[in-house]
Unconditional design. Structure first.
Length: 220
């Protein structure tokens, strides 16, 4: 399974795609996500992939979870990498982390039952007051392209993920049905100022081009 993941993503994103994604995530951390993460606490990245998010994030302890062997090879120094399923975080104690992040991951899980188990595990490992930050393709705006990726299994919208979070005992802090465009793959305007301008013009730019949801939930 891990080798299949490695081959799938190696074919999907070439070196230029990955370099551009790294630039985008550097900006996103600084402009968006840093406000919800305590830099003195523990941060867990589920489905960390090539570590574009966790490499730029600032936290006292950084943990990346992914079954792809490339995750360990691309993680920056000091990041703990765990090759384990996201629905089994038994290497962490209850209430051990301050924030959990996941992006474009839950839709790749084999079923909603597995998604449910992942949410339960996140709730367990978060300390009271800890935040769960989720980003992903919103099928509400992507009915024509959502299934173009072979490994998309679970259709999710901002409404369905919020409902699932509430069922698991989370409180919603921030919900954006439209956040970022669907993918960086095939993007021609690969200039930093374009990303900076897009973020500066939100929510107008998100309403026009956003296809992914952003949800921030907290454990009471």
């Amino acid at each position: 399974m891990s080798r299949e993941l490695e081959a799938l993503y190696a074919n999907r994103f070439d070196a230029r795609d990955r370099a551009w994604k790294d630039e985008v995530w550097k900006i996103l951390w600084r402009r968006v996500f840093s406000r919800w993460v305590d830099g003195t606490g523990a941060l867990l990245d589920l489905g960390a992939g090539y570590c574009e998010f966790i490499n730029h994030a600032i936290a006292k302890r950084r943990i990346a979870v992914d079954l792809n062997p490339e995750t360990a090879r691309t993680a920056a120094a000091g990041i703990e990498v765990r090759a384990t399923s996201a629905d089994d975080l038994s290497f962490l104690r209850s209430g051990e982390v301050d924030a959990v992040f996941t992006s474009n991951f839950l839709e790749h899980l084999p079923s909603k039952d597995v998604v449910s188990r992942v949410l339960s595990e996140v709730h367990r490992v978060l300390k009271p007051g800890g935040r769960f930050i989720l980003m992903g393709p919103n099928i509400r705006y992507l009915a024509d392209r959502y299934w173009d990726y072979f490994d998309h299994h679970v259709p999710l919208s901002d409404a369905s993920i919020c409902e699932a979070l509430l069922l698991k005992g989370f409180q919603l802090e921030h919900v954006e049905p439209r956040f970022l465009p669907y993918t960086v793959k095939g993007t021609r305007l690969r200039w930093r100022w374009v990303i900076e301008a897009y973020l500066s013009l939100r929510p107008l730019s998100s309403r026009a081009f956003g296809k992914q949801f952003l949800v921030v939930a907290a454990k009471p």
